[in-house]
Ligand binder design. Structure first.
Ligand SMILES: [Zn+2]
Length: 68
């Protein structure tokens, strides 16, 4: 019983036009960024994230509270 905070990132939050419903949740921002970059590579053919995309992604990360 309790609550836990997670960092959450959704593709739609970064770019609604992409129409991608991918969502990832992890305990740290670093992990979310890592998983997000991996997804970008696999699903959106982004081999590396340009700095403006990186800050967009960072801005889209939300903190969510989950009951555990
Ligand atoms: Zn996506």
């Amino acid at each position: 019983m309790g609550q836990k905070q997670y960092k959450q990132l959704g593709c739609l939050d970064v770019d609604p036009r992409a129409g991608c419903a991918f969502q990832v949740r992890a305990e740290t921002e670093e992990e979310v960024m890592r998983l997000g970059a991996e997804h970008g590579k696999l699903a959106h053919k982004m081999d590396s994230m340009p700095p403006d995309m990186l800050s967009k992604v960072k801005a889209a990360i939300k903190t969510v509270t989950v009951d555990v």
